[in-house]
Design a protein around this ligand. Structure first.
Ligand SMILES: [Fe+2]
Ligand SMILES: [Fe+2]
Length: 292
């Protein structure tokens, strides 16, 4: 295990995916025996949990309406890099993590485990493809973005932060929570306006959605765009902003979540063997190159 001292202020976590351990504590796998109190306390006190907490403190303090607007302006020009999906996967896989390589899977392995579990359950091919590419927006890290602007739970900005979001106390440090335009139940939005009208905190979900929006079926786009929106797909805290279509489409987001969260096993998928299948799938839906 690497030591906490290796991290720096903007990037408290050793591994970009360490926040998912916190997710699994919040939302344990239904069929699995619940971890006993002792184990839970060990997690809460661990160095890893402390870095995750610090990560959320930064995220909740700094993800403001203005911040998101600036990031949209910067990244939705798509002038950083042009890559095929395969190049993007290889690029993402250069994300080095400082944690124990025996426990942690690399990004490609997480993608393949997610998509292979979806395929094994007999779902349509676009769903398998969505599993395979859902985290590619994490290339933001490789463009120099801090962890708190790439991963973690996402939530609407421009209206009141829900108490159902993890570590809600940290929103006290967010200037939007004192801004009268943004700190009411609806904020700048109107009842049932539809999530398409709602700005979400900036991260890998929204970024990849914007890259993929012309190529994939609608449920796939909802999965990509809202898979980290736990305050809604697990807690239903923002139903008041959703329209009928959002509510229908969130059934897919909910269906996807267990594949994302619970398929991380130490068993590594055979990427060489699987590649031809995924090459066909990618070329069925996506152009030869994508703009990042
Ligand atoms: Fe993700
Ligand atoms: Fe994921």
């Amino acid at each position: 295990m690497g030591s906490v001292s290796k991290t720096n202020k903007g990037n408290p976590m050793l591994n970009i995916d360490d926040w998912e351990e916190n997710l699994k504590q919040r939302y344990p796998e239904p069929e699995m025996p619940v971890k006993n109190k002792e184990e839970f306390r060990n997690y809460v006190d661990s160095d890893r949990a402390k870095t995750v907490r610090e990560f959320y403190r930064l995220n909740h303090k700094l993800q403001t309406y203005d911040f998101v607007s600036k990031k949209e302006e910067e990244f939705l020009k798509f002038n950083k890099k042009e890559m095929s999906l395969w190049e993007a996967v290889d690029f993402l896989n250069t994300l080095v993590d400082d944690s124990d390589p025996d426990i942690d899977l690399d990004q490609l392995q997480h993608l393949l485990q997610t998509s292979e579990a979806i395929r094994a359950d007999g779902h349509p091919d676009w769903f398998v493809l969505t599993g395979f590419l859902h985290d590619i927006g994490k290339v933001l890290c490789l463009f120099g973005e801090p962890q708190w602007a790439v991963v973690g739970d996402t939530f609407p900005v421009g209206c009141k932060f829900s108490n159902k979001i993890v570590y809600p106390e940290f929103f006290k440090e967010n200037p939007d929570s004192k801004d009268e335009r943004y700190n009411t139940h609806y904020g700048i939005y109107t009842p049932k306006c539809g999530l398409d009208q709602v700005k979400m905190s900036w991260g890998h979900d929204e970024y990849l959605y914007q890259i993929m929006k012309n190529y994939l079926p609608e449920p796939a786009l909802y999965i990509i765009r809202y898979h980290s929106f736990y305050a809604q797909h697990r807690e239903n805290a923002y139903t008041h902003l959703m329209n009928k279509k959002d509510i229908e489409m969130f059934e897919w987001v909910k269906k996807f979540n267990p594949y994302d969260l619970y398929t991380k096993a130490p068993k590594k998928p055979n990427s060489k063997q699987l590649k031809p299948y995924y090459e066909d799938l990618v070329s069925k839906y996506l152009p030869a190159t994508l703009k990042f």
